[in-house]
Design a protein. Structure first.
Length: 116
């Protein structure tokens, strides 16, 4: 169970790993998404072992450089925003979090400047 209750039923998938890549938390949506690979039984395993090349090397590099990786994908006709970023506690690097949110086919885009 994750520390904050709102995370459990959040509509996007959330997976958190520590600084070594060990999965330490998953919400309900992530459990569903990764069910065929074990769902919440993945907690305690290394996130890097879940990724084939070249994704594995890219993730290792992101974790070493502690840089975010943000992109969109489309799989089986479903568009998703993937947000992978380092997380910290009191300024100390603790690992990576991945949040994946399904995107509607069309959605508004607003440009706001300083006068808005």
């Amino acid at each position: 169970m994750v520390q904050y209750a709102w995370v459990e039923e959040f509509s996007g998938s959330i997976v958190v790993c520590d600084h070594e890549g060990i999965i330490i938390e998953m919400n309900d949506r992530a459990e569903t998404v990764f069910k065929k690979w074990g769902g919440k039984q993945l907690i305690g395993s290394n996130l890097l072992d879940c990724h084939p090349e070249p994704s594995r090397s890219k993730l290792m590099r992101l974790m070493e450089e502690r840089k975010p990786n943000i992109y969109t994908i489309e799989k089986n006709g479903v568009k998703k925003l993937v947000y992978q970023t380092p997380w910290h506690v009191k300024g100390e690097y603790r690992g990576f979090v991945e949040i994946v949110i399904e995107l509607p086919d069309s959605m508004p885009h607003f440009i706001r400047d300083a006068s808005s």
